[in-house]
Design a protein around this ligand. Structure first.
Ligand SMILES: [Mn+2]
Length: 394
């Protein structure tokens, strides 16, 4: 049985307020082209279908157009709710779509109550343990539902989520194709290193499932949640994050996005490979002077650009000049040398007057001294603000 594994579509995501609708449209057409030419029997979309809990009608339509095409091709679809999705909204879609072979998994269910889906292919039958994102506040409910090995000690979210995954895969038998599809954060997965954009989301949270705690019974784990495509070498069985369809934020720039094609028959290890996606616009960062940046932008006409502009000091209107010159610039930052901080001033901050504190703040933000006019304006406003309200506004 041949499967297409994808995830993290995030339909409706914008970049700094600009629509990416045509990119989503183009890349979903590309996914359908791949599904068609690879003759897949099923497509697993492992969560974060939409970017928000209240997607626009355009995003709804894009999903429906894509599903409609799959139905026409005879491709069965499994959609998982991710942490960005509204599970009840997706569930409502599933109430009708299952008649067409489009199965929505919006909550954690017992295996016999729909937690494990059955997909019948031309030659083989697949059992797919389908696990949406387990919300932090719901993990205990989920674990209790399964009456998983109960430990008197307080178990972490990650322990409980892992127990749910194992339980759902516990009844797999060797005569079927056995797959785990889940929207889950597995510890040790590579996060977008640039800007720490994904890393930040997980710092300090006990969300990461220990790979050693993952079930050993599936033949393949189709994962969603991490946007960087990757095979998960630390997992006990073949496992991968397919990654998102587009570079969704600047932290993901440079990532080659992909879908995965997985060939699997009962009782044997799967064969799988990534198929690169090419129809999204890349995200690039360009640095330098205005002229250097403009030249670099000409070399990358299709990209969304973050411009980091070298300037001596902040100048009002500079960001607008960049946008006028470089229409693809969606993010403009000014780069200049800030004055060095006095190491020991932290201790004396409490002794500074409000005006001195303001002057310090201004220097730290703008790298130059505030003018005397600005300082007296600050004093005037500060005095007005700190007077009794009746006095200030009478
Ligand atoms: Mn996501």
């Amino acid at each position: 049985m041949r499967l297409l594994h994808t995830a993290d579509w995030h339909l409706g995501r914008t970049i700094r307020g600009r629509s990416r609708f045509t990119e989503f449209q183009a890349v979903l057409e590309e996914v359908l082209d791949i599904a068609r030419s690879e003759q897949v029997e099923a497509m697993l979309v492992c969560g974060d279908i939409f970017d928000s809990a209240t997607p626009s009608p355009e995003s709804d339509r894009l999903l429906n157009d894509t599903l409609r095409e799959c139905v026409g091709l005879g491709i069965q679809v499994v959609l998982l709710a991710g942490n960005h999705d509204n599970p009840r909204r997706l569930e409502a879609l599933g109430r009708l779509a299952d008649l067409l072979g489009v199965y929505v998994q919006s909550q954690v269910l017992l295996p016999e109550e729909g937690g494990v889906l059955t997909i019948t292919g031309a030659e083989h039958t697949a059992r797919i343990a389908a696990v949406p994102w387990i919300r932090e506040g719901h993990v205990i409910d989920a674990a209790e539902l399964f009456a998983t090995e109960h430990d008197a000690r307080v178990q972490t979210y990650a322990d409980q989520a892992a127990a749910v995954l194992r339980r759902l895969c516990a009844d797999f038998t060797p005569e079927t194709v056995n797959i785990l599809a889940a929207h889950v954060f597995v510890d040790g997965a590579q996060l977008a290193a640039l800007d720490g954009s994904e890393r930040l989301l997980h710092v300090g949270q006990a969300y990461g499932v220990n790979p050693a705690a993952l079930p050993t019974t599936p033949q393949y784990m189709a994962l969603g949640h991490i946007h960087q495509p990757q095979e998960l070498r630390s997992a006990p069985v073949p496992a991968a994050y397919s990654g998102s369809l587009l570079q969704l934020d600047f932290g993901e720039r440079g990532q080659q996005k992909a879908v995965r094609i997985v060939d699997v028959v009962p009782g044997r290890p799967p064969e799988q490979h990534a198929v690169p996606l090419t129809r999204g616009r890349p995200l690039l960062e360009v640095r330098g002077t205005l002229m250097e940046v403009a030249r670099a932008a000409e070399d990358a006409p299709g990209a969304h650009l973050r411009v980091v502009l070298d300037v001596d000091r902040p100048e009002p209107g500079m960001a607008q000049r960049v946008r006028d010159l470089v229409p693809n610039a969606v993010d403009v930052r000014l780069q200049y040398d800030r004055l060095p901080e006095d190491a020991d001033t932290e201790r004396v901050l409490g002794k500074l007057s409000p005006t001195d504190l303001f002057a310090r703040y201004y220097r730290s933000q703008h790298g130059i001294e505030p003018t005397t006019e600005l300082l007296s304006l600050f004093e005037e406003l500060f005095a007005a603000e700190t007077r009794a309200p009746s006095e200030a506004f009478s």
